[in-house]
Design a protein around this ligand. Structure first.
Ligand code: GTP
Ligand code: MG
Length: 328
């Protein structure tokens, strides 16, 4: 958060944090004053800090970034700080109330090939655009669990929007997660990288794949949901601390035997719903065309948008073509 006066630049500058404590905090993933301000006493206590001292350190960090008591006027300012990121499709942006919001999580779910990863890669390019073109003039962090990120595809998309592909690639920080624990570890230790590279977009593609394959059966369900919930909690705190857009993907299977509505069967149950969480269901139409349905949002109405995936990336569909899809 860029509000308030930051008096402590590094965590060592916080009262009560010596070099040894700072080292332990970093090992636990608290490398910035921002992340400590968002931490709980319990989390810091894991660094061998007494609860009282942990609370003092957190308070100091909070005062430094003005997260304690704020006036209603300041709250409005903080909400005004929410920015939007373009998807590349005007129709999809409209459905989302002007693009993906910072400080909240957007989930794209749908079956294989529905375009989840393509949207993620497009967003990695778009976040680097100037604000007047719907970007956030920042970098992207891509946590990839299925080895789907393709640099060549990024280059293609960057060229289309007129950005220097070399620069665009440089501003995407890529991390492959090998297990669900590793995935959580990566996010838990992401704050320094986010700060250093002015990351304004955090992607987890896919959020659920590792969790599903590792936590199998009814007995494992509670533990899996608990871990996922913790993971999402970390994500939302990072998104708030750095005014970033957070995107997660989730594969679900289409259920062709259901006659009414377009029911989908989540392979391993729905993920834990979060208060600041927008969910978009993607489905395939003819050829390159995809339909996005806004399923839930903290305040936007439900609705649908039609877009396509082309050589250029995510694009709008001509109105006549969209009308044809709608009639079907
Ligand atoms: P899973 O990860 O398997 O669940 O699927 P997903 O939802 O992530 O699908 P993804 O975003 O990978 O979409 C794949 C689809 O995007 C392909 O079926 C193609 O239709 C389209 N696509 C991917 N790359 C290109 C490309 O370079 N050019 C064009 N025209 N289309 C592409
Ligand atoms: Mg994918």
């Amino acid at each position: 958060m860029s509000m308030g006066k930051v008096r402590y630049k590094r965590i060592e500058d916080l009262p009560g944090v010596g070099p040894a404590t700072a080292k332990k905090l970093r090992e636990l993933g608290f490398s910035t004053v921002e992340s400590i301000a968002m931490a709980s006493v319990k989390e810091l206590a894991a660094a061998g800090i007494g609860e009282k001292r942990a609370q003092e350190i957190i308070n100091a960090a909070r005062s430094a970034i003005a997260l304690t008591f704020i006036s209603a006027e300041e709250l409005v300012k903080m909400q005004q700080n929410v920015e939007r990121l373009t998807t590349g499709s005007k129709a999809l942006d409209r459905l989302l109330g002007g693009g993906l919001e910072t400080q909240s999580i957007t989930e794209f779910y749908g079956e294989f090939g529905s375009g989840k990863s393509q949207i993620c890669m497009q967003l990695c390019v778009n976040v680097q655009l100037p604000r007047e073109r719907g970007g956030l003039e920042g970098g992207a962090l891509y946590i990839d669990t299925e080895h789907t990120f393709r640099t060549e595809r990024i280059i293609q998309m960057a060229k289309h929007v007129g950005l220097d592909p070399k620069e665009v690639v440089k501003n995407i920080i890529y991390a492959e997660a090998f297990t669900s624990d590793h995935q959580m570890f990566l996010l838990d230790h992401a704050d320094e990288v986010i700060k250093e590279h002015n990351i304004r977009l955090i992607i987890i593609d896919s959020l659920t794949a590792h969790f599903r394959s590792e936590y199998v059966g009814r007995e494992a369900l509670a533990e899996r949901q608990q871990k996922l919930s913790k993971h999402l909690h970390k994500l939302i705190r990072l998104a708030r601390a750095f005014n970033a857009v957070a995107v997660v993907t989730n594969q679900v299977m289409a259920k062709p035997d259901v006659f009414f509505g377009d029911a989908v069967a989540p392979i391993g149950g729905h993920i834990v719903a979060h208060t600041s969480h927008t969910r978009i269901y993607l489905r395939k139409a003819k050829g390159q065309i995809r339909i996005a349905r806004l399923v839930s949002s903290p305040y936007l109405p439900e609705g649908e948008a039609i877009f396509k995936i082309t050589e250029n990336g995510i694009e709008d569909v001509a109105e006549e073509e969209a009308a044809k899809v709608r009639r079907r």
